[in-house]
Design a protein around this ligand. Sequence first.
Ligand code: HEC
Length: 226
Amino acid sequence: MGMTRVTAAQGSPSAAAIKNPVAASAESVADGKRLYLRHCASCHGSNAEGGPGNDLIPAAPDLTDSEWKHGSTDGEIFSAIKNGVPPELNMIPFGDQLKDAEIWNVVNYLRSIAKNAARPAAGAPPQSAAAAPTMRRGSIAVDPALQQLVDRAVADLAQRLNVDRSSIAVVEARAMVWPDAAMGCPRPGLMYPQVQQEGALIRLTTGGREYAYHSGGSRPPFLCEP
Ligand code: HEC
């Protein structure tokens, strides 16, 4: 992919030469986002716009702007994530926690949220830029507190149906207190602990059908099939 961004002095030529082998499909971007939120958001912020740091860890840089101190090619970003940023390793290496393919998904996700993401990545369907929830047509406005759950539900449905995330609209998203651990979606023959679960109900629509996702406790949104 031809990157035209400023390549900084500290990028490594050998890392720069690594080609991104994973197409920036909607699935790759969705998986990258999931991994990003799990492993990176605590330091770089949930929108990757940088974190403040603390007494022990210096501020983590914005990953959506065009400034890359350690190189701006996909290969260099991949290398920064896999091997960390020496010598201090304030940016810790993720090579033992994430598989290479997962790291590429994170790279694809970061590309998809770049502020000047005007250029679609080579080989990527142009719709991948439409992964931003605000661009989804026909969607209701989502309470920011539920946005992350909604994004996960949308990503899951997109993957299940093999459709683009931008074709999925949010019909309803609201916080719920489920009466028991079945979370409004009991499976026949199963018994559920009678404990209230705080969670959410998310209704999505695509292709003229509606899909209900329930979540609660620590369980991520799951499709409640009729
Ligand atoms: C413990 C906090 C922390 C976590 C967790 C973390 N980072 Fe970092 N990251 C940093 C810091 C601090 C830097 C700046 C390092 C430096 O310049 O020495 C950095 C730098 C980077 C860079 C280089 C940026 C540039 O300007 O070249 C990338 C890319 C990056 N991080 C991506 C990620 C990704 C992706 C994840 C999750 C897989 C992640 N980071 C997790 C703290 C963190």
